[in-house]
Design a protein around this ligand. Structure first.
Ligand SMILES: *Cc1c(COP(=O)(O)O)cnc(C)c1O
Length: 382
C-alpha cells in the first residue's frame, strides 16, 4: 500500500461478483437472475455491484426501499429494479416516475401506489409480495382477496400493471426443511387464486441464495440471490459452491512496539504480556465495524501469518501480538481483518454467534471502500 492508502478499507473484488453471478446463473437454469443489492449491496456498494452483476448476466435488481432504487437509477442503471419494503407514505410518485417496480404487501400499500399513479398519470408497475409462511413482510392470507379485488379494478382502469407475484422463504438455509415445500405449495395456491381474479403475472419468483443453490425445484421464472453474489455460502459448512468472497476488510499497521513481560495491554489490562513481546497496533476498532466482543478472540493476518488479537477492541484500534516478530512486521504493513482467505467472515460469525451477513454489513464509518478487478478497470473512475 502506498502512503496515500487509507488506514482502514474494504477492498471489493468486482471480478468475484461477476464470477459468483455466473455460478448462480448456472444453478438457475432457465430462470433469470435478480441480484439483490439492498443495504448498499450488503455493504459492498450497490451501484458498482449492480453494474458488475448486470454485465455478468443478471437480468434485474432487487432492493428494499425506494430510496435505494432511486440511487441506482441516478447512477444511470436502467435495468428492471424491484423495491419491496416501503411504508404507505413512501414516495411512490418518485418510484413510478423512475420506472421502479413496486412490491406491495397490503391494501394500504396498493392504495398508496394507486393514488400516486393517478396523480402522475403514469401506469405503476406493481408486484405482489405474498406471505407464504415467513410471517414477516408480504400480504397475509386474510387480506389477499381484498388486495386481488382492488388490483383487478386498478388493472382494468389502467392505473397499475401487474408484473409479478413473489414470496420469501423462511428456512431455505435448511434445504430439506418441510417449511420449504409447504411454502412452495402455498405460493402455487396464491398464484392460482390470482388467476381466479383474472390476474396473470408475467413471472413468479421465490428463491433466495440458499434455494437457488440447493433447491432447483424452487427456481420458478427468476431467482433472487443476495449473499451468494457477495461470495458467501448461504449454507455454510455444507459447500462453498465455488463462490469467491468479494470483500476484504483490511488496515495498515500504525505502530510496532515492544512490551515488557508483565505489562498490561489496552483498556482494563485484560491481557498481560506473559513474556517480553512485540505488538502491532491496528487502527480499526468498533467504530469501524470490528465488533468489541472479538477482543482477545480474533486473529489478524499480516503476510502469511495469523496473529492473535490481544486485549480489548477499542473504538479506533486493536492490538495484535507479534511475539518475537520473526517476519519483521513493520508500520505500514497490511493487516487483513477478514477476506476470501483467512480469517474468513464465517470465522467472525462463529466467534460472535451470528451469521456472515452481519459481518460483511459491519465495516463502516472511517472505512474507505475501494474496487479491484478487471471489471473495475474497464469501468474506470470510482
Ligand atoms: C434479502 C432478500 C433476498 C436475498 O436473500 P439472500 O439470503 O441474501 O440470498 C431475496 N429476497 C428477499 C425478499 C430478500 O429480502
Amino acid at each position: 500500500m502506498s502512503s496515500a492508502d487509507p488506514q482502514v478499507e474494504t477492498v471489493i473484488d468486482l471480478d468475484a461478483i461477476a464470477h459468483n453471478v455466473r455460478i448462480l446463473a448456472e444453478h438457475a437454469g432457465d430462470a433469470a437472475v435478480m441480484v439483490v443489492v439492498k443495504a448498499d449491496g450488503y455493504n459492498h456498494g450497490a451501484v458498482r455491484v449492480a453494474r458488475a452483476a448486470l454485465a455478468a448476466g443478471a437480468a434485474e435488481l432487487g432492493v428494499t426501499t425506494i430510496a435505494e432504487a432511486l440511487r441506482l437509477r441516478a447512477a444511470g442503471i436502467d435495468a428492471p429494479i424491484l423495491s419491496w419494503l416501503n411504508t404507505s407514505d413512501a414516495d411512490y410518485a418518485a418510484a413510478i416516475a423512475a420506472d421502479i417496480e413496486i412490491g406491495v404487501s397490503s391494501v394500504a400499500h396498493l392504495c398508496a401506489v394507486a393514488r400516486a399513479a393517478r396523480a402522475s398519470g403514469i401506469v405503476a408497475t406493481v408486484t405482489l409480495k405474498v406471505d407464504t409462511g415467513l410471517n414477516r413482510n408480504g400480504i397475509s392470507d386474510t387480506e389477499y382477496p381484498r388486495v386481488l379485488a382492488l388490483l383487478r379494478d386498478l388493472v382494468d382502469e389502467r392505473v397499475v400493471r401487474l408484473r409479478a407475484i413473489f414470496s420469501h422463504l423462511a428456512c431455505a438455509d435448511e434445504p430439506q426443511h418441510p417449511a420449504n415445500d409447504r411454502q412452495r405449495a402455498t405460493f402455487l395456491e396464491a398464484i392460482a387464486t390470482a388467476k381466479e381474479y383474472g390476474l396473470q403475472p408475467e413471472l413468479v419468483h421465490l428463491a433466495n441464495s440458499a434455494a437457488t443453490l440447493t433447491r432447483p425445484d424452487l427456481a420458478f421464472d427468476m431467482v433472487r440471490p443476495g449473499i451468494s453474489v457477495y461470495g458467501l455460502s448461504p449454507v455454510p459448512g455444507i459447500s462453498d459452491f465455488g463462490l469467491r468472497p468479494a470483500m476484504t476488510f483490511r488496515a495498515r499497521v500504525a505502530l510496532v512496539k515492544q512490551v515488557a513481560a508483565g505489562e498490561g495491554v489496552s483498556y482494563g489490562h485484560e491481557w498481560i504480556a506473559p513474556r517480553a513481546t512485540t505488538v502491532a497496533l491496528i487502527p480499526a476498532g468498533y467504530a469501524d465495524g470490528v465488533f468489541r466482543p472479538l477482543g482477545g478472540r480474533l486473529a489478524v493476518r499480516i503476510g502469511d501469518t495469523l496473529y492473535p488479537g490481544v486485549g480489548r477492541v477499542c473504538m479506533d484500534q486493536l492490538v495484535v501480538d507479534l511475539g518475537e516478530n520473526p517476519a519483521e512486521v513493520r508500520e505500514g504493513d497490511t493487516a487483513v481483518l477478514f477476506g476470501p482467505g483467512e480469517p474468513h467472515p464465517q470465522r467472525w460469525a462463529d466467534l460472535l454467534g451470528t451469521i456472515h451477513y452481519e459481518i460483511v454489513c459491519s465495516p463502516r464509518g472511517r472505512v474507505v471502500r475501494r474496487y479491484v478487478g478487471d471489471v473495475a478497470q474497464h469501468e474506470g473512475g470510482l
